[in-house]
Design a protein around this ligand. Structure first.
Ligand SMILES: NC(=O)c1ccc[n+]([C@@H]2O[C@H](COP(=O)([O-])OP(=O)(O)OC[C@H]3O[C@@H](n4cnc5c(N)ncnc54)[C@H](O)[C@@H]3O)[C@@H](O)[C@H]2O)c1
Ligand SMILES: [Zn+2]
Ligand SMILES: [Zn+2]
Length: 388
């Protein structure tokens, strides 16, 4: 028998708790928003923690094809508040991760053993609407768009069931939100997509949240040398006099075994490609370039044997694999704590963005309306790596 919706009427916040971007590049406004009950095959979730990902920043700057006004955010952990008709994989009270890339288990990508870029995704391009073409958010009588069918900068959100992963009941909800995007994307790019080999040399372009998680994955895979590249002068106060790929070539002799681009710029994608060994180097593009940009490579250089590979969410089938990453964390097989350097309550969202833009964070975890908020950074550690 189909499960009946356990959703009540639209939620109206007692206190204003949703961040709305009214237009591209505008400051986020914290507004009171109506959140409709979930329709069939949808889930309404109380968001417990969420982080700022570079993809949110790209969307807010208008670099991706997003519709405004929208509620941003896609990296989140929460608790199921109510379910729509036909939802069978979770129930109210379950702990879940919200997934930017769904896993419908029916499309060509989901059915292929190597595929994970589900055809029901809403990133490339982004309609900002649920699968039935409508929105669940209104504010001041106006329709508000969803962000990648996730929208986590809010106390409550509505997400398709196929974009939700039920996780272990013991998961610490103030931390595991980064296992919804940053950890599978970065750690997974190294251990699962590239399958970084023991003793190899890796170069990571961009040491924000994703790049840091890539470094973590390279270390876990036994890379003997990791070269990190970033323009943040606080992290790397060195002024290069020549193109960075030339410096990498000098440092490595003939190029890196693995190069990762985790910025989202075509210039650094080319630099990452040029930093790989010509014959056997593997270049992984993790960064999301502006939707209007094109990548231009020297065509004759392709035959030498290098591999260029795009990676989304570490090639993981998201609903199948992210719950296991949570278990790995609970069993101390991976340590995600160093990736969280700040935790702030939701009402300090603007401060969080200020710190993010100043390059002072790896990942933030906001804790919307969560009773107790730790005031100290959980952990902050310097990694041993070559930086240029
Ligand atoms: N493929 C995926 O599945 C996936 C998932 C999440 C994020 N992303 C993308 O990954 C990229 C990184 O995301 P993030 O959350 O780590 O962002 P971030 O803003 O935390 O980190 C970006 C880093 O790049 C550095 N940087 C910027 N311009 C640079 C340059 N010209 N040269 C060197 N360093 C530079 C910044 O100083 C920062 O440290 C974004 O493009 C994001 O959209 C992709
Ligand atoms: Zn993300
Ligand atoms: Zn699918």
């Amino acid at each position: 028998m189909e499960r009946e919706s356990q959703a009540g009427s639209a939620l109206s916040a007692q206190s204003p708790t949703r961040a709305v971007a009214w237009k591209t590049g505008s400051t986020l406004a914290i507004e009171e928003v109506q959140v409709e009950p979930p329709k069939a095959q949808e889930v309404r979730i109380k968001v417990i923690s969420t982080g700022i990902c570079g993809t949110d920043d790209h969307a807010l700057k208008g670099l991706l094809s997003a519709n405004f006004p929208l509620i941003p955010g896609h990296e989140g952990a929460g608790i199921v508040e109510s379910i729509g008709k036909g939802v069978s994989s979770m129930k109210p009270g379950d702990k879940v991760l919200i997934l930017i890339i769904p896993q419908c288990r029916e499309c060509s990508a989901c059915l292929h053993p190597e595929g994970n870029f589900c055809e029901k995704q809403d990133v490339l391009p982004s309609s900002g609407l649920m699968l039935d073409g409508t929105s669940r958010f209104t504010c001041k009588g106006k329709k508000i768009y969803h962000s990648f069918r996730a929208s986590t900068f809010t106390e409550y959100t509505v997400v398709p069931e196929i974009a939700v992963a039920k996780i272990d009941a013991a998961a610490p909800m103030d931390k595991v939100s980064i296992i919804s995007c940053e950890v599978p994307t970065g750690y997974g790019a190294a251990v699962n997509s590239a399958k970084v080999t023991r003793g190899s040399t890796c170069v990571v372009f961009g040491l924000g949240g994703i790049g840091s998680a890539i470094v973590m994955g390279c270390k876990a895979s036994g890379a003997s040398r990791i070269i990190g590249i970033d323009i943040n002068e606080e992290k790397f106060p060195r002024n290069l006099k020549k193109p960075v790929q030339e410096v990498v070539m000098e440092m490595t002799g003939a190029g890196a075994d693995f190069a990762f681009e985790a910025i989202g710029l075509t210039d650094t994608m080319i630099a990452a490609w040029d930093s790989c060994h010509r014959s056997y180097g593997v270049c992984l593009i993790v960064g999301l370039a502006p939707s209007s940009s094109k990548l231009s490579l020297k065509a004759s250089e392709i035959v030498s044997g290098r591999t260029l590979k795009g990676v989304c969410l570490g090639d993981y089938k998201t609903r199948d694999c992210t719950p296991q990453l949570v278990i790995d964390y609970l069993q101390n097989k991976i340590n995600i704590d160093p990736l969280i350097t700040h935790q702030l309550p939701f009402d300090q969202l603007h401060k969080a963005f200020e710190l993010y833009h100043a390059g002072k964070t790896k990942r933030f975890t906001y804790i919307p309306l969560f009773g107790k908020v730790p005031h100290q950074p959980i952990f902050s550690k310097r990694r041993k790596m070559h930086t240029i």
